[in-house]
Design a protein around this ligand. Sequence first.
Ligand SMILES: Cc1cc2nc3c(=O)[nH]c(=O)nc-3n(C[C@H](O)[C@H](O)[C@H](O)COP(=O)(O)O)c2cc1C
Length: 404
Amino acid sequence: MVQVQALGISPRALSQHMTDPLKEQPSYVTTHAGRAGTDHDRKVPEIDLLSPLTIRGVTFRNRIAMSPMCQYSGQDGFADDWHLVHLGSRAVGGAALVIVEATAVTADGRISPGDLGIWKDLHIEPLGRIAQFLQSQGAVAGIQLAHAGRKASCDLPWKGGESLKTPQAGGWPVVGPSPVRFSEGSPMPIPLDESGIEGIINSFEAGARRALSAGFKVLEIHAAHGYLLHQFLSPLSNRRNDQYGGSLENRMRLLLRVVKGVRGLMPEELPLFVRISATDWAEGGWEIKQSIELATHLKALGVDLIDVSSGGMVPYARIPVAKGYQVPFARSIREGADIRTGAVGLITEPRHADEIVTGGDANLVFIAREMLREPYWALKAQQELGDDQAWPTQYGYALKRRAK
Ligand SMILES: Cc1cc2nc3c(=O)[nH]c(=O)nc-3n(C[C@H](O)[C@H](O)[C@H](O)COP(=O)(O)O)c2cc1C
């Protein structure tokens, strides 16, 4: 049985009030990992969806990740029982990696008042409870660190998601690289000055420290979907003429500084991912060639995997949404920058996900909405791909007994 490992974590990575869930598990807990990578005897490609993957000191029991998904259900940034059950079910359901939704590194970096946050130490404890539970179930606990920039200050999506333009409406001023709105109905962002930019970098670093002390083993920087770090990358939102705008090198500078800072404070054993939008799907915007160049720089700074999404920069983007439509970008970046990638977007069937891994398009497959429909998607994939289902002990014995 393959165990989730996060080896040799430095003491600073664990806060004093947390125990290491990998060392202290109650006896009823199982890591119910999938099959080992080297001892399966099927005449299939050596690496497939259900093979473990080791990055640095962390072993993922298979190649299935739960993609980060905002729940818009936090109060003042705090995670609660909803988040524990929402994320915990997918760990029970066999995912190798469960990534907590976009978690704001500053209060004004929230998309909505319901976003999770990690801008104060008090946020650590409820997040730590989630990380501990995920790992007790054999999943690796990941968290996405985010700042929404000009796309912040919106109402909850089930209330229409409109911009909250005034404090009376519950909104707050938004920041961005340049005074360019997301859409006509969006607030005009206040351009960040040098000290504002330093503040953003410090906030990502402080958020990363808190995430580590909460016990997360994978950190993902959110630089996709038109949020702040993506806003600096794209010429459609970045019109600066200082060292953070203009040339590609300048537009990449903020993200690269954030990544350098975060990587620098992470233990060697723990992986760092970056989610990007491979293309804006809009003329004059960010595109795949630049993504490959960015990924080359990210790799050099110690990023372990690029989680390849797309879009979100402008409302008028024309996106050819179809089954696996972003997978070719994951392949291009994997090949072009020689870095591990994750594929995401309309991947719903286990066989399709398996082909993505066996075909060499990506190293990990991220599932979002299909895991909302089917929390036990990874267990279903084990069955469909002809593997033993690795149920938690509490369920497994009962299901076997009933089969007799
Ligand atoms: C409800 C919901 C919330 C989302 N929140 C996030 C988020 O916090 N961070 C992020 O990078 N992507 C977010 N996404 C995008 C998903 O992670 C994923 O990239 C997208 O849904 C495409 O994958 P799918 O076709 O499997 O759903 C969200 C998607 C949904 C449906």
